[in-house]
Design a protein around this ligand. Structure first.
Ligand code: G3P
Length: 228
């Protein structure tokens, strides 16, 4: 399944509003809006919902994490091949809420590539963004942890830091596609992120915990469409 730019990636996290059938409802809304606007919308459900969602909607489904292991005697971990088999086409790596050491980020990216998964590697500041880009993920999403879940958008509250992160990412590895996230809640936040030379956003509560997730997502996708 092709991922086009700009991209809106929705991290379902472990919110009660996005688990199971409730997550499928958001995913179906994302599919309808993506078809309507032509904007690529990635969905990252909990691992137990990957198969449910990937089998019923035509949007790119990502895992929220994979472990840098190969098949064998490991217990309670998630293999890249297992999420690919369930229908995922990519995975987040090193989200601030599931942080890894650099060596494990490197191995997770390598293992994801072996399983033909696209990778959105997350970073918490511009310097970490640069370090992660040296490991050649497909995307790097800069997300200041202090803004995650606040509704205060990184693209309007910290534009200068987004600019610095994107510049460092491109300097280290221009093949990595820069994203940003944290507090993204409106179409205006999406427009601002793209104007700061990112190629899209990674978000969660702005859509998942909205009174009307579909309406918010429609507004965001239309804003992204206007930047084309
Ligand atoms: O992965 C995206 C997430 O960390 C951002 O959270 O709720 O501020 O959109 P939120």
């Amino acid at each position: 399944m092709k991922i086009t730019l700009p991209v809106i990636a929705i991290n379902f996290k472990t919110y009660s509003e996005s688990v199971g059938k409730k997550g499928l409802k958001i995913a179906k809304a994302a599919e309808e809006i993506s078809n309507d606007t032509g904007i690529c919308i990635i969905i990252a459900p909990q691992h137990t919902d990957i198969q449910l969602i990937a089998s019923q909607v035509e949007v790119p489904v990502f895992a929220q994490h994979i472990d840098p292991f190969t098949a064998g005697s490991h217990t309670g971990y998630i293999l890249p091949e297992a999420v690919a088999e369930a229908g995922a086409v990519g995975t987040l790596i090193n989200h601030s809420e599931h942080r890894l050491i650099l060596a494990d980020i490197d191995e997770a990216i390598r293992r994801a590539k072996e399983a033909k998964l696209k990778t959105i590697a997350c970073s918490n500041n511009p310097e970490v963004s640069a370090s992660i880009c040296a490991l050649s993920p497909d995307f790097c999403a800069y997300e200041p942890p202090d803004l995650i879940g606040t509704g205060i958008s990184v693209s309007t509250a910290k534009p200068e830091v987004v600019t610095k992160a994107v510049e460092l990412m491109q300097k280290i590895n221009p093949r990595v596609i820069p994203l940003c996230g944290a507090g993204i809640s409106t179409g205006e936040d999406v427009t601002a992120a793209i104007k700061l030379n990112t190629r899209g956003v990674l978000l969660a509560s702005g859509v998942v915990k909205a009174k009307d997730p579909k309406a918010v997502l429609q507004e965001m996708a239309e804003a992204a469409q206007k930047t084309l």
